[in-house]
Design a binder for this molecule. Sequence first.
Ligand SMILES: Cc1cc2nc3c(=O)[nH]c(=O)nc-3n(C[C@H](O)[C@H](O)[C@H](O)COP(=O)(O)OP(=O)(O)OC[C@H]3O[C@@H](n4cnc5c(N)ncnc54)[C@H](O)[C@@H]3O)c2cc1C
Length: 406
Amino acid sequence: MSPVLMEKVPPGKYVADAAVRPRTTEDVAAILAIAYAHDVPVTPRGAGTGNYGQATPFDGGILLDLRALDDITVNDTGTITAGAGARLTSIDTVGRAAGRDVWLFPSTKHSTIGGFLAGGSVGTGTIEHGTTTDGFVVAATVAPMDGSGELRTVTGDALTPYVHTYGVTGIVVEAEIRTDPRRDWTAVYAEFPTYPQTVAVHRRLTGLPVLPRLASADEPALVPTLTASVALDPAAFSLRVIAEAGTVPELEHLVRDGGGRTVAVRTDYAETDRLSGMSYNHPVWFLQRAHPDRTLFHMEIGGTVLWDDPDAVRATYPGDVHLHLELFRHSPGAMLVASYESAAAVESGIARMEAIGLDVHSPHQWYVDRNPELAIATAATTDPKGLLNPGKLSASTAARVNIGVR
Ligand SMILES: Cc1cc2nc3c(=O)[nH]c(=O)nc-3n(C[C@H](O)[C@H](O)[C@H](O)COP(=O)(O)OP(=O)(O)OC[C@H]3O[C@@H](n4cnc5c(N)ncnc54)[C@H](O)[C@@H]3O)c2cc1C
């Protein structure tokens, strides 16, 4: 998705020497022991949907394909234990059949739980549950790259250096994640004539008696390429909400009161998945795919200025700048999309965005940027030779913060 990364890391520039697919968690420990003994780099890989180049094997070596570790168990406590390669789609299906809702999943729902924990952050469920570092993970079984050939169970605060650190501190082979009792989720499409009307409702959605699972909004520029199951007015602002069924009448009332129109209410659970598949990075990705003639870039940003002063946000880059919004617990997040000129021009907008109070996460670099100091300190013992996913840890990124979910 990043024209900057397309220039720096074009497909085929960095390749692994071998792809290895372990069948058991013990296989992973054994592979790492051999790799350690022979100084062979190992880059873990789930479904390969990560979009910052995090899974690029910069030093060749082994690409560790974890998709065969796909066991899923619903525990008596209601948590779910899954192999690193289990897909969120499968985990959710198994969980719902047992009366449970997974706390969080990304818009790339076919991705793996190991890849989501190691490379992802937010998604459907974030309004209530925040990010993958906010209690989503109960425990993880991790294989270190220290020659021990062991597997270790990590819980509580000790999990922090293993979440969103791209596998540089160890390979996650299994994870236990939190769920809620299953709810009856409904997909609601609404539309509004203007941006202020759209966000006036967007910001009130956390007042519903049950928090929505997702609330995405788009400017008209992003609407025609959405993969909606209903016809959307290409001139209108789109609001799409995964709402608990009992809250839908109140939501419809909010929309009507706010000068909008409810376009459709879909009660089939698969329709809520369709809404998830049009959230976070996806609307930008759809736009890029539909306009190969225009090179577009995006930035991941967050802050109430998105609701209060969108023109100030748009003014941070020249030309046409469009916003796709998501709802967090206390503020909105957004994907800003604009025409690409150069890597330097993209970078120069970061200070302008921070100056108006936005949190900014750049999707144009591959360094670990969540808790990098902790990752460096942990990797000193779990990967003393620096063989795990080389090139992703740098002390100089320690100052960069992630998009805030506050
Ligand atoms: C269009 C689009 C939409 C997206 N939407 C979202 C979204 O809503 N929310 C979100 O958080 N992300 C999103 N992403 C990013 C990405 O798709 C998700 O984070 C996804 O969950 C990554 O899982 P994966 O299995 O594809 O991992 P991969 O891409 O294979 O790997 C991701 C990272 O984790 C490492 N890794 C993989 N497996 C393991 C393991 N078992 N142990 C240790 N390290 C491992 C890899 O080396 C890599 O650094 C999006 C990306 C795109 C392109």
